[in-house]
Design a protein around this ligand. Structure first.
Ligand SMILES: [Zn+2]
Ligand SMILES: [Zn+2]
Length: 333
């Protein structure tokens, strides 16, 4: 009876399958379906590779193994691994920390496929002695997560919450390089969510409101930042000045346009007194302290993330739990 080596009915999520019989006879029929590759391995090392088709195993099409097992027509030992070249989807989720050691949680989806089966089998399957899909999938997810953790920790919390699109794009490029090392192609990555603790959300709020990450980071807790900013009533905190940016200050009516003090080309929109109005409008643009997107004037809820926007009696945005407005010092009921 002719030995038939075939991966019968692979499941949707199956990346690899090992032919259970390690004794192979010359003349055996090897059937490789579309989007599959069959690889002959021995002792974790890759020998001959077969693409889709029906192959009769001979000494000619198994030259590398033949060399190893020597002449004769007697059966030889080899591990036949089938690799699916289809695209797979994986979900990920984990915890990491930002550059400032703020704890973060993240989750999302990624898509990948085997790009170089020999490298994949050498690095992952043979290298780790993982011979079934469940183990391989677990390994890939852990590898992905490790990379995600490492790359995300290079960013600041403000970047993560205000420029997630930019961060995603950059992290994706780095992860793609990591995956290439395993013979895998990372087709796409989607970060669906990033979160942090309440304490850090408040800190983030103060960083975004004051534009002064350094001072906010010097305080032990966000509560302390809030208390300091609240009791001062103005923009100063202790000895270090917190300069509340122009855009957060109450608008002084008929303020004379200040001469442009910077060197080089004036920034876009700067045009002196006659253009004070568009500039003033630009200054009053509020941003959501939770997701960083622009808010419509007087918004009570953020249209992007749905967070409630708390305000002082004078209409300034204040964080949850604040006792005083950081901009005008008004007491919050
Ligand atoms: Zn928002
Ligand atoms: Zn206020």
């Amino acid at each position: 009876m002719v030995q038939v080596i075939e991966w019968v009915n692979p499941g949707e999520d199956e990346i690899i399958w090992r032919y259970p019989n390690e004794v192979i006879k010359w003349g055996a029929q090897l059937i490789v379906h579309e989007y599959e590759v069959a690889v002959f391995m021995r002792d974790g090392k890759v020998y001959d590779v077969f693409g889709p088709g029906r192959h009769t195993l001979t000494t000619q099409n198994l030259p590398l193994l033949y060399k190893l097992v020597g002449g004769g027509n007697s059966p030889f030992k080899a591990t036949v691994i089938f690799v699916s070249m289809k695209e797979f989807q994986g979900r990920y989720g984990g915890e990491s920390q930002t550059r400032e050691l703020a704890p973060i949680k993240y989750y999302g989806v990624y898509w990948f496929k085997v790009a170089d089966p020999v490298q994949f089998l050498t690095e992952v399957v043979g290298g780790q002695s993982l011979y079934d899909t469940a183990d391989v999938t677990k390994f890939i997810r852990a590898y992905f997560n490790e990379g995600m953790m490492k790359h995300l920790s290079a960013y600041s919390i403000v970047d993560l919450f205000q420029n997630l699109d930019m961060v995603s794009t950059q992290v994706k490029v780095k992860l793609m390089e990591d995956f290439r090392r395993l013979g895998l192609e990372l087709v796409d990555v989607k970060i669906e969510g990033v979160n942090t603790t309440d304490e850090w959300r408040q800190r983030l709020f103060w960083i975004m409101q004051t534009g002064n990450a350094q001072t906010v980071m010097q305080m032990d807790t966000a509560k302390q930042v809030a208390a300091e900013l609240g009791k001062s009533g103005s923009a100063s905190v202790g000895t270090g000045m917190v300069l509340i940016p122009q855009l957060m200050q109450p608008q002084a009516p008929a303020q004379p346009a200040q001469p442009y003090a910077g060197g080089g080309v004036p920034p876009a929109g700067y045009g002196g007194a006659q253009q004070a109005t568009p500039q003033a409008q630009q200054q009053t643009q509020e941003i959501c302290p939770y997701c960083g997107k622009p808010l419509p004037p007087g918004a009570k809820f953020c249209p992007y993330c749905g967070h409630e926007i708390k305000r002082c009696p004078n209409g300034h945005i204040v964080p949850e739990g604040a006792k005083f407005c950081p901009i005008c010092g008004a007491k919050i009921e």
